[in-house]
Design a protein around this ligand. Sequence first.
Ligand code: HEM
Length: 424
Amino acid sequence: MPTLYDPFSPEVVADPFPYYARLRDEAPVHPVAKRLWAVSRYDDVSNVLRSPVFSSSATRLMMMGGLESRMQADEATLRKERRRVQRELGLGPRGTEEGWNENSLISLDPPQHDLVRNIVNRGFTPRRIARLAPRIREIAEGLVDDIMARGDELDLSVDYSTPLPVRVMAELLGVDPGDADDFKRWSDVVISGVTGDMAVEGPAPLLRTLDELGAYFLEVVEQRRREPRDDLISVLVAAEDNETLSAVETVNFATLLLAAGNETTMHLIDNAMLALLGHPKQQQQVVAEPKLVPGLVEETLRWDGPVQIAFREATRDVEIAGTLIPKGDIAIALFGSANRDDRQFPDGERFDIFRDTQGHMGFGFGVHFCLGASLARLEAQIALETLLARLPNLRRGSGEIERFDSFLVRGPTHLPLRYDAPGA
Ligand code: HEM
């Protein structure tokens, strides 16, 4: 059967939802390419994510290697190619995907996963997250001040949604806010494995970046060991009951946070605004009643979430919805499709900030449920409240909306808007 879903086609990147709908109706477990299966219904996605038969080690391989190259070459060939590029660039062990991935939370399975997660959880307590609220508000207000100083046009993505999480991340990690530009550059490259860039440019930019940011974070870790502060890195390296992350693990975790935290939260803010632009009545309602913002954030996570996909590898032959996924093959759990499944969310294709979104998979599901969910919610809520309160009548501006070229992360890179400047 020809595939009903090609994650690389520009049509799917632009609007995957009609493809998901066909998958759910016609082929809920569908072969996408060699060794790769798309799973699209809510119940089946949750089974894959719950089942100990499926391993998360695939996440690392898929994300670091670029799905496209993974599908074309075997693991050993890709590794050899990386080593060659690494030697050519004269990089040390930090620039290897093995180095980057040592005990990386997102690709570990239980019980090792739970051990690392328990340690990093210490840095994400509700108190620690809530304490960031005033600073997030200050950052949001400052960005709106800058926008207003420039006139009545803005690129929401560039001027607001991108810098906000990057600055919050610097705050959380406790590093110099002046390094935020490097953070953004690094996080863009770290996630290049899930974008079109990897296919075009090969692994050299990724390996070089891993080396550079590895050196940066290693120095921060060493400083915090000598002189702990009240920040995430100090919490992670502080021994507690002899449970602590090694220096390399801490560096890897910080690297993961850059990609997992920055390249997602920015798209949540943009996707919420895009959804409102397409639903003007709901836009008016939420502008009039800021207490509707949390509903807007949850419905955006369900209807047009920034993370569309997770990968899981079958550790033995396993049947999902009557289809055999052979041992070693990979299931693509389509969160974006599960979230619109009418079997779970009545009239799932309809955007409605008043609906019950309980159980949406915008932050994933199961043991890997997003560690940063409460921080992302807080950031998006404050960002949207501030934006809608201060810039009334936001609407499409001149210029095209451009989308991030990725099969995994969904959102715009340019979102031109205009608003009525006060007194205009
Ligand atoms: C709107 C913003 C965000 C979205 C949509 C999102 C989504 C997700 C999803 C779907 C997963 C599960 C991946 C899987 O099952 O393979 C995940 C995991 C994760 N997220 Fe987020 N995320 C967001 C923001 C953040 C932030 C702000 C942070 C940290 C500051 C963060 C840190 C993580 C980490 C560390 C994991 C791995 C957890 C584990 O493996 O146990 N995320 N996220």
